[in-house]
Ligand binder design. Structure first.
Ligand SMILES: NC(=O)c1ccc[n+]([C@@H]2O[C@H](COP(=O)([O-])OP(=O)(O)OC[C@H]3O[C@@H](n4cnc5c(N)ncnc54)[C@H](OP(=O)(O)O)[C@@H]3O)[C@@H](O)[C@H]2O)c1
Length: 336
C-alpha cells in the first residue's frame, strides 16, 4: 500500500555564505504543519529585528526545536487551525510572536501567542507590533515594575523596542527620557512622547538625567547597550531603581562597576531574553499586555512606528539599513 503524504511547498528566506558574507535568498522548502494547539498563518508581512541580524551572522541561533528560519513576528491570515485551538478561526487577521520562522510564506504558532489585529491597522503595521511591544512591555512593567509618574530612561529610543517603550511609558503616565545617536532621532523621540531626549554622542546623558530629574534619577532603565552604559546607568539611577538589561549592542562586558552604589541606592539589576521564555510566560505576558493596553490600542493612542517597508526579495537591504543604525522604528518585509 502506498501511503499518501501531503507536501505543500513554501518560499522562505534562506541564509547562505557568499564571498565571506552571510547573504539571504528566497528558497523553497516544505511548509510547516500546525499541531493541535497551533494555527497556520499565511504570512503577509514580517517585522525585522536586531536579533535577526545576529541570527543571520550565526551569533544568535534559534532555540532547540524552533524553526531555524529568521523572523520573530508576523502578521497574516489564519489558513489552518488545530483541533484544540480556541477563540480563533480560519480567515482571522492575526499578529503573532514567534521564536523563529517569520521570514516565510507560512508560519505555525501556538494560538496563545496570537493577537487579533486591531481593526484600524493593516498587516504591515501589525507586523511591527508583537516582538517590540511585548519586549518593551515586559521590560518596563513585568520586570521594571514601572509606576505612573516615575522617571524612566530608555536607551536606543528610536529603535523598534525604543519607539514601543516610549509610547507605553508615556501612556502609563511616566516621565520619559531617552538616549539616541543623532539629533534627528532626538526630535523624532520627542514627537513620539519622550519628555527629554539626549544625543549620547554629544551630551553627557548620565549627568543630564541626574540634573534634569532634580537629583532623583531614573526609577526604571531599559538598557540594550551594555558596556560603559552599565556604570553610567548606576550613576543616574534613583533610589530603589530597576535596571533591566535586554541587550548589549556596545559590549557584553562592563568594567569599573562600583558595587557600593548598587548597595547604597538599593538598585535591582535584571536581565532577560523574551525568545527563550516558556510558552506559559509568553502567554501570560500577552494576556497582561492586552489587559493593560487594549483600550489604548482601540483609542489609537498607541501605534507601531514604521520606518520602511520593503518586499522580502530586498531583505538584505532591510538588514543593511538596520545594521547602519538608520532606522527610526520598524522595518517591515512584505511577503508574497
Ligand atoms: N532581550 C530581549 O528579549 C530583546 C527582545 C527584543 C530586542 N532586544 C534588544 O533590544 C535592542 C533593540 O532592538 P531593535 O530590534 O528594536 O533595534 P533597532 O531597531 O535595530 O535599533 C537599534 C538602535 O540601537 C542604537 N545602537 C546600536 N548600537 C549602539 C551602541 N553601540 N551604543 C548605543 N546605541 C546603539 C542605534 O541607534 P542610535 O542611532 O540611537 O545609536 C540603533 O538604530 C537590541 O539590542 C535587541 O537585541 C532584546
Amino acid at each position: 500500500m502506498v501511503l499518501e503524504t501531503t507536501f505543500e511547498a513554501m518560499k522562505y528566506i534562506e541564509v547562505f555564505d557568499q564571498d565571506g558574507l552571510r547573504a539571504m535568498k528566497i528558497s523553497e522548502q516544505e511548509a510547516p504543519q500546525n499541531t493541535d494547539f497551533e494555527v497556520k498563518i499565511a504570512v503577509h508581512a514580517a517585522g525585522v529585528n536586531r536579533a535577526d541580524i545576529l541570527q543571520r551572522l550565526g551569533k544568535y541561533p534559534a532555540p532547540a526545536g524552533i524553526s531555524p528560519i529568521l523572523g520573530l513576528e508576523v502578521a497574516g491570515e489564519i489558513v489552518a487551525i488545530g483541533r484544540q485551538v480556541q477563540g480563533f478561526q480560519k480567515g482571522d487577521r492575526v499578529m503573532a510572536l514567534l521564536a523563529g520562522g517569520g521570514y516565510a510564506q507560512f508560519a505555525v504558532v501556538d494560538y496563545r501567542l496570537l493577537m487579533p489585529i486591531p481593526k484600524h491597522l493593516d498587516y504591515i503595521q501589525a507586523a511591527g507590533i508583537p516582538e517590540v511591544f511585548l519586549t518593551a512591555y515586559q521590560t518596563l512593567f513585568t520586570l521594571g515594575a514601572l509606576r505612573p509618574k516615575e522617571q524612566v530612561l530608555i536607551h536606543a529610543g528610536a529603535s523598534g523596542v525604543g519607539t514601543a517603550a516610549i509610547q507605553l511609558a508615556h501612556a502609563w503616565g511616566a516621565q520619559v527620557s531617552v538616549t539616541v545617536g543623532t539629533d534627528e532621532k532626538v526630535k523624532f523621540c520627542q514627537k513620539l512622547g519622550a519628555h527629554r531626549a539626549y544625543n549620547y554622542k554629544t551630551q553627557p546623558w548620565s549627568t543630564l538625567v541626574w540634573e534634569d530629574t532634580e537629583g532623583k534619577g531614573a526609577d526604571v532603565i531599559l538598557d540594550c547597550v551594555g558596556g560603559d552604559y552599565v556604570v553610567k546607568n548606576i550613576d543616574c539611577a534613583a533610589l530603589e531603581a530597576r535596571i533591566v538589561l535586554i541587550g548589549y549592542m556596545a559590549n557584553a562586558r562592563a568594567q569599573d562597576i562600583n558595587l557600593a552604589k548598587i548597595l547604597q541606592k538599593r538598585i535591582m539589576l535584571k536581565g532577560s531574553t523574551l525568545r527563550a521564555r516558556s510558552l506559559a510566560y509568553k502567554r501570560e505576558l500577552i494576556h497582561s499586555f492586552n489587559k493593560d493596553f487594549k483600550a489604548a490600542w482601540a483609542a489609537e493612542e498607541l501605534k507601531p512606528v514604521i520606518d520602511k517597508v520593503l518586499p522580502w526579495q530586498l531583505a538584505d537591504q532591510a538588514h543593511q539599513r538596520m545594521e547602519q543604525n538608520l532606522n527610526m522604528g520598524k522595518i517591515i518585509l512584505t511577503i508574497s
